[in-house]
Design a protein around this ligand. Structure first.
Ligand SMILES: Nc1nc2c(ncn2[C@@H]2O[C@H](COP(=O)(O)OP(=O)(O)OP(=O)(O)O)[C@@H](O)[C@H]2O)c(=O)[nH]1
Ligand SMILES: [Mg+2]
Length: 293
């Protein structure tokens, strides 16, 4: 008899949801950055044990929608929560509990989804602050267990997985046991490029950039050639992304290529083109094509 099911991750932007998915899955399936709203599409990370399979649904951080991009992100969260077998509510231990956490807590309480709450980033807290933050988390009144964890180091994550497994319905595995993610190769590569953009930009720019893979070509000599477009919204953003003498786009490309080579364990040539597309975040057709539903 096996157990398997979907666990939706809910939490404010930057709480560490994607870091936690990567930690549980044991590989990088979702990109991570210190910028809020790093995750734009639902990503499934799959963790499989002897007789269980957790399909972790990493979601964009819950926030107030500002434009069609963020509206789509928010709707995605609501849909996924409604369909999940369990929810994993991630709180950012480095921050006070705020309106965003209370909003998610209320949504979880009014849904019938059984929930596990984790207080993340306790590696940054001393004992006293951890105790106080756990008390504040308990006051949110979400039913179910509460665990202090560090998604980054993995401390405390084992018991969370054990608890989630007990909440899964009986049923067959939905993914092959060695599969860790449901994303296409194109999407994974595009995300690895975007991650390097996020690491190197600030303020509005991280939110204004999207990456699209144009072509993946297998060369006979074993080289994999990847061509990607980096979308910006304005000429001045493009200028920053290209950088003086092309230095910025080169740095992004070199770092992303290394990540891609590590992922695929082969030699890669990565070709990046920075392009301007005004208002892409409001362009419903482009959002469709980019798979942001
Ligand atoms: N110190 C510490 N930092 C962490 C931990 N977990 C995540 N972080 C950091 O917190 C930041 C946000 O992590 P993400 O995993 O991208 O957060 P997220 O909740 O997926 O964010 P969105 O996709 O924007 O909603 C990154 O800089 C992570 O390195 C942790 O346990 N300890
Ligand atoms: Mg994320």
């Amino acid at each position: 008899m096996t157990r398997s099911g979907f666990v939706a991750l809910a939490g404010r932007p930057n709480a560490g949801k994607s870091t936690l998915v990567n930690q549980i899955v044991g590989g990088k399936v979702a990109i991570v950055s210190d910028k809020p709203q790093t995750t734009r599409r639902e990503i499934r990370g799959v963790a499989t044990g002897d007789d269980w399979q957790l399909v972790l649904v990493d979601l964009p951080g819950v926030q107030r929608p500002r434009d069609p991009l963020t509206e789509r992100m928010q709707r995605q969260v609501e849909r996924t929560l409604a369909d999940a077998d369990a929810a994993l509510f991630v709180l950012n231990g480095e921050q006070q509990i705020g309106a965003g956490d209370r909003f998610i807590a209320e949504a979880l309480k009014s849904s019938a989804v059984p929930t596990v709450t984790v207080l993340n980033k306790v590696d940054q807290l001393d004992r006293d602050r951890t105790v106080r933050a756990l008390a504040a988390a308990a006051e949110l009144g979400v039913e179910g267990e509460l665990f202090p964890i560090s998604a980054k180091s993995g401390a405390g994550v084992g018991p969370v997985v054990e608890q989630l497994v007990t909440m899964l319905p009986e049923g067959p595995f939905m993914y092959p046991p060695d599969e860790r993610s449901d994303q296409s190769l194109e999407l994974r590569l595009a995300e690895l490029v975007r991650e390097q953009v996020l690491l190197r930009t600030r303020e509005e720019l991280p939110h204004a950039v999207e990456v699209e893979i144009d072509e993946i070509e297998e060369r006979e000599d074993g080289l994999l050639v990847v061509r990607a477009r980096v979308w910006a919204e304005t000429e001045s953003q493009k200028g920053i992304l290209v950088g003086a003498g092309g230095r910025m786009v080169k740095a992004i490309g070199t770092a992303a290529r290394r990540e891609i080579e590590a992922l695929l364990d082969r030699r890669v040539h990565l070709d990046l083109h920075v392009r301007v597309r005004r208002g892409w975040r409001r362009d419903e057709a482009l959002l469709d094509r980019l798979g942001i539903e």
